[in-house]
Design a protein around this ligand. Structure first.
Ligand SMILES: Cc1cc2nc3c(=O)[nH]c(=O)nc-3n(C[C@H](O)[C@H](O)[C@H](O)COP(=O)(O)OP(=O)(O)OC[C@H]3O[C@@H](n4cnc5c(N)ncnc54)[C@H](O)[C@@H]3O)c2cc1C
Length: 416
């Protein structure tokens, strides 16, 4: 069998995983080109230096629900290579993964270097030829079916199959465009919300679980409003010095990444601090407090499940005097407190950084890729894997899982 020359562009999670699996075939020679001085830079910094490798969710139909973009396309892909396969693969490389209470999976060493070393070692073992410090500048068709890969220093490399695994790098997008691909415009996903409210900011460190957060964007077109069904999320919410963060907010930032970008991160956020109760039930609890604890100061006695510090802040927001006793609280005030507890509004004044994970929404249009092989439908011999695709997940290991799965499928397509 003739040797198939493969060039993988991008030494990140997707590029490595694909290069390793493609190089294991007897008839392939794989060169992995990485622009940086060191490969796997994002793996190193991922998950706060611990690398959240994947998520403990082994049911493809459930797994896909964690992808604001790309879930549908990944459904079949996950039936071929899913988190359980990742766990087994790393196990085979001597890396044990553990699951945290929220489902996130990390190496038992709690050190992303363990993952970097395993990938580096597996690549070496498989015979991948890794070249760092090599920026690919352009690609041209060579003959009828080959590619010429031109490096920044002008050096040309000829190959039969090409994998673009350049993540969200503009140079990777430019290469894809030059080969006929269109992009969904890239915008950030997974971020926190800035809220300029000094009294709220003073509560930094307070967390509420669960809270429900709902995005209100008046400028959304009616069409978009109809499709914006995921603009409401529940989960833990963390108050920070700059606004709000936590899983509920991060999920919302991912599902609404495009809408928030379009409104320049200026929108209203409605927070329900007690999503497990109906507004009527909250009202009844307050009325009970009024009859059962009439002598207590309202600021000292909170009949619902929020911390006293948050309660005081919310009373202030409801414009209720903190020095009053429960007996003196009017029905109008009770209704105002109910409104603030279940549907108070906060002005988002921008996006903040979530240091543990970050991803780009947008990229290669999925309808132009054959998900059986990850080969381009536009340019034969060209394959894609990882974040360069218009796929992104919520926080929790889903973004690496996209990289592992699409990379593994691309490798099968490349060696076929
Ligand atoms: C701070 C941070 C923490 C994260 N933590 C997690 C986490 O814990 N769990 C999780 O699931 N996800 C996490 N993510 C997201 C995850 O890292 C990415 O989704 C994933 O790394 C994508 O892998 P990739 O191989 O597609 O792209 P990348 O990792 O971005 O790799 C692409 C590579 O291509 C190289 N490259 C680009 N252009 C060229 C070119 N022209 N020539 C040569 N090389 C090129 C780049 O230098 C880069 O090394 C995190 C992201 C960040 C930023």
């Amino acid at each position: 069998m003739a040797i198939t020359e493969v060039v993988v562009i991008g030494g990140g999670a997707a590029g490595f995983f694909s290069a390793i699996h493609a190089a294991q075939a007897a008839h392939t020679q794989v060169i992995l080109l990485e622009a940086g001085r060191q490969p796997l830079a994002k793996v190193r910094i991922s998950g706060g230096g611990r690398c959240n490798v994947t998520h403990h969710c082994f049911e493809p139909s459930q797994l896909v629900q964690n992808y604001p973009r790309g879930g549908k396309a990944l459904r079949g892909a996950f039936s071929r290579f899913q988190p359980l396969d990742v766990v087994r693969w790393f196990n085979g490389e001597g890396v044990k993964l553990k699951t945290e209470s929220d489902g996130r999976m990390f190496p038992i060493t709690d050190d992303s270097e363990t993952i970097v070393e395993a990938l580096m070692f597996a690549a070496k073992k498989a015979g991948v030829f890794l070249r760092n410090n090599v920026l690919v500048q352009k690609i041209e068709r060579f003959g009828s079916s080959k590619f010429e890969v031109i490096l920044k220093n002008g050096e040309p490399l000829v190959c039969d199959r090409l994998l673009l695994a350049t993540g969200s790098s503009p140079s990777g997008y430019a290469i894809a465009r030059s080969l006929g691909h269109e992009l969904e415009s890239p915008v950030p996903s997974l971020f926190t919300f800035n809220i300029k409210d000094p009294k709220l900011n003073e509560l930094a460190g307070v967390s509420v679980n669960p809270a429900q957060v709902k995005l209100l964007i008046p400028s959304l077109s009616t069409d978009k409003k109809k499709s914006a069904r995921n603009l409401e999320q529940s989960g833990a919410l963390l108050i920070t010095h700059w606004g709000v963060s936590g899983p509920a907010v991060l999920k919302l930032s991912a599902w609404a990444a495009r809408e928030l970008h379009d409104c320049k991160y200026q929108a209203k956020l409605a927070i329900n601090w007690l999503p497990n109760l109906k507004a009527e039930e909250v009202k009844q609890m307050l009325l009970n407090a009024k009859t059962e604890q009439p002598k207590k100061f309202i600021s000292n006695y909170c009949p619902v499940d929020v911390s006293l510090r948050l309660w005081e802040y919310l009373l202030d927001k409801a414009e209720v005097e903190l020095e009053k006793r429960w007996a003196d609280i009017s029905h109008k005030s009770i209704q105002q407190i109910v409104n603030v507890l279940t549907a108070s509004e906060y002005a988002i004044a921008g996006k903040g950084a979530f240091k543990e994970e970050f991803v780009t929404c947008g990229g290669i249009r999925l309808q132009d890729v054959n998900f059986q092989t990850m080969e381009s439908k536009i340019c034969q011999g060209l394959f894609f894997a990882g974040e360069i695709l218009d796929i992104d997940g919520v926080t929790g290991g889903f973004n690496f899982q996209n990289a592992w799965t699409t990379a593994w499928i691309a490798a099968q397509g490349i060696i076929a």
